[in-house]
Design a protein around this ligand. Structure first.
Ligand code: 5GP
Length: 120
């Protein structure tokens, strides 16, 4: 899928719309989800035009992949989620209900998160 420069996270990265920022470095931006599904629900996005994890890991420079993944772990630690625990999740494509076509990792925490998938 071609990258859509007008997706909402591209606009957040360009500073055209605001976000409630948790962390930023040269590789990644982390901010609170506008519609949280858990007491802590943060999104971490890479600073680059990548739609999905497959797109990102195939196309991004090594330094960006390393920096982005480090940022995900750092944010989880910053939010003090290592204990009692947290979940990371990245939706890709239609079957996973990906709404925003810019790679993002959800970090959920702050409650017992239940089974990994709902059975519907
Ligand atoms: P997806 O379904 O693509 O994995 O998740 C997209 C997430 O982005 C959703 O959890 C949704 O609440 C969040 N989201 C959508 N628009 C905005 C926005 O403008 N700001 C923030 N902070 N989150 C957003």
């Amino acid at each position: 899928m071609a990258y859509d420069n007008d997706n909402i996270f591209a606009k957040i990265l360009r500073g055209e719309i605001p976000c409630n920022k948790v962390y930023e470095d040269e590789f990644a931006l982390a901010f609170h989800d506008i519609n949280p599904q858990a007491p802590t629900h943060v999104l971490v996005i890479p600073k680059g035009k990548y739609v999905s994890m497959a797109d990102f890991t195939a196309e991004a420079p090594d330094a960006l992949i390393v920096g982005f993944m480090r940022a995900v772990g750092l944010v989880a630690a910053m939010l003090e989620l290592e204990t009692p625990g947290y979940r990371v999740l990245a939706n890709a494509g239609e079957d996973a209900h990906q709404e925003v076509p810019h790679l993002h990792i959800h970090i959920f925490g702050g409650k017992k998160l239940g089974p990994m998938l709902t059975h519907s």
